[in-house]
Structure formats: C-alpha cells, structure tokens
Unconditional design. Structure first.
Length: 364
C-alpha cells in the first residue's frame, strides 16, 4: 500500500519527501529506511505504541509503516506525454492514494512554473491531466464493451452504462471518484477499472513559517475548492519542517515547535493522515520479546489480521484473545486484564478494531 506525493514542479514535493526521510531525527522510535531512491518506508508515529513499551518493557519495539513515493513533477500536457508525463502517470497508477502538494506561499526566489502563486489553478492543472488520462482509458474500454453489449451480454451492458457515466463525469472536468456506484457490482467494476482519479486524495498546503499554525488566504481558497470532495487538507510549512528535522536534540526541536505554536511536527500529522487515507489501521502484539504494531486494512477479520504475522496463522486459525488498548492501559498488564475479566475470546468472524492488543491461537 503506497501513497504518492504529486504536484507541479517547485511546489515542495522533494523537500517534503526529504523531510520525511529525516523523520528519524524527530524520535529514535521512528526510523526511516529507503527502499529505492524515490520510495521511503516511513514509520507511523503512535503514542499507543510508546505507552505499551512503557508498560511491557520489551526487548524491542517495531512500529507500523506506510510507503511514501516521491513522484516526478507534472506539467501541462502530461496526459499526452509532455515532460515526464508518462513516467508520472505510470508511477501514480501504481499508488493506492495521492498526497497532492500545493504551493501556498510567496517567495520571489523560488520560480513558479506558471509565473505566479495560485493553488486553485495548480490543482486544476493536475486534475485535468489526470482526468484526460482516465478519459483516454475509459474511451478505449468503452469501445470494446459496446461491441460485447450489442450481442445482448447483460454484464457488458451494465459495464457500458457505468463507463458512460464515468465518461460524462470526466468530460465535465470532475474526477471519477465523484461517481457514486448504484450497487456492489458497480462498486467492484469501478475499482477494477483502476482509474487514477478514483484514488483518495490528501491535500497538503505548503506554507511559509508565519502561516504554519493557522494557514493563510491561499489555504482558505484550497479548502473552499475541495469542500465537495470531502478530502482532508493539511497545512504544512515544509521548509520549516525540514529545518526542525535537522536539529540534533529532541529539546531543540520541541522549542522550535513551541515558537511556531505547534504541539508536534507536521510531518507526524501527515504520516498518520496518509495511513488513514490508505484505509489502514493498527493492532498490537505485546510481549517481553517484542511490542509491535501490525498494519491491516480497516474491516479485516481476525484470521486476516493473523495472516500479516504469518500465513500459517490464518490457515490454522482457532481463536484470537483480544484486549482493548484502553483496558490494557487501565489495568497495566495482561495478567491484571485477565483478572478483571476484560480479555475477550473472539472467533473467525471478529472484525478487528484499531488498537486491539491480540494473541492468536492456531494449529497447522
């Protein structure tokens, strides 16, 4: 599961990615490692994990992670191959969600590709290129589907109707994510098309230091623009965050944040938001050898959650022993939780909740 950072050139994408790559400077518990030059595995800051570490005192602690991809800057005409268009669109298609960086600061020393700062125009530039590429994809598929629909194939007819709705939506400069499926079959079909503009989006307004806490008029414009998309907007002073990440001590970083009126680094908020955007959640295992956060999709059953530890856990699943995180913290140990009757035994149908502390019983 990957979230891709996108935007026009010179809006702060690479600075943001580099800032994320320095996340290790914010807390020793959350290191960063690079898989490829443009892909980072970023650990998700989670105070619950720190609390469990405090209570259990394990030999090691492993946090949950999210993959962040730094994607090449897009220019007008990308859908037709201009600039790094084909590379950009290929990379974004492989991602599960989009972190869209918009420049919301004035600085004469940083040239804007369009000649002036206008986040509304910048957003529309990106949107149009992605919509044009999706339109090309839809029209190609529609051509084949229509031939099958003419033979009386009901599945093809249903697909044709959905594709036509998507096509009309794209022609009105709206993204495919605004198309609401009429039923589960349409929802499955829509997902199978793998359109770029169906991917969930998080907007990052890159501001200067003075606007780090409250934003500015550019941010207000973005919020108004995306209101009907029901997308989250995060305000981040990316250059300032990079400066904070370079500071050597935790105390220095905290003083810097206090001067800005912030409680925590903005990149920590961004990482958690990206995790949520990918529809991921966390459960924990806690023992003296290891306290660990495991990443699962929201809605996963207990056997599916067990499979991320080992596939044998799912195959031979018997039951899950579950403690709510709040109960673990209240009673301060697994033994005391059991004494209080708060440990639950759950079967194959149990839907795992975010923050559950779990043990799995299995037999292979």
């Amino acid at each position: 599961m990957k979230a891709g950072i996108v935007g026009l050139p010179n809006v702060g994408k690479s600075t943001l990615f580099n800032c994320l790559s320095n996340a290790k400077a914010q807390s020793a518990n959350f290191p960063f490692c690079t898989i490829e030059p443009n892909i980072g595995v970023v650990n998700v800051p989670d105070l619950r994990l720190e609390k469990l570490e405090e209570l259990v005192k394990p030999e090691r602690v492993l946090p949950a992670t999210v993959d962040i991809v730094d994607i090449a800057g897009l220019v007008k005409g990308a859908s037709k191959g201009e600039g790094l268009g084909n590379q950009f669109l290929g990379n974004i298609r492989e991602c599960n969600a989009i972190i869209h960086v918009l420049r919301c600061f004035d600085n004469d020393n940083i040239v804007h590709v369009e000649g002036g700062v206008n986040p509304v125009r910048d957003k529309e530039t990106i949107d149009i290129e992605l919509q044009l590429k999706d339109l090309e994809t839809v029209e190609k598929r529609l051509e084949k589907t229509k031939r099958a629909a003419k033979t009386g194939n009901k599945e093809a007819q249903a697909e044709e109707a959905l594709l036509e709705r998507i096509r009309q939506t794209l022609l009105t400069a709206k993204s495919a994510r605004t198309v609401i499926p009429n039923n589960e079959d349409e929802a499955f079909l829509l997902e199978s098309f793998q359109l770029i503009t169906t991917k969930p989006v998080l907007y990052v307004c890159n501001v200067d230091e003075t606007a780090a806490k409250s934003g500015n008029s550019y941010v207000d414009q973005v919020r108004d623009l995306v209101r009907e998309e029901q997308a989250e907007v995060i305000v981040l002073a990316v250059a300032t965050e990079a400066d904070i990440a370079e500071l050597e001590s935790y105390e220095e970083r905290q003083l810097f944040l206090e001067d800005l009126g912030l409680d925590e680094p903005g990149v920590s908020i961004l990482i958690r938001a990206a995790y949520k955007l990918l529809q991921l959640q966390t459960y924990f295992t806690a023992g003296v050898k290891e306290v660990r956060a495991w990443t699962i999709p929201i809605g996963a059953t207990a056997p599916k959650a067990a499979s991320v530890i080992h596939t044998d856990f799912e195959k031979g699943f018997i039951r899950a022993e579950v403690i709510a995180y709040e109960d673990y913290v209240q009673f301060e140990s697994e033994a005391k939780v059991k004494e209080a009757g708060k440990l639950r035994v759950e079967g194959k149908e149990y839907i795992v909740r975010d923050g559950d502390v779990m043990h799995f019983r299995f037999n292979v």
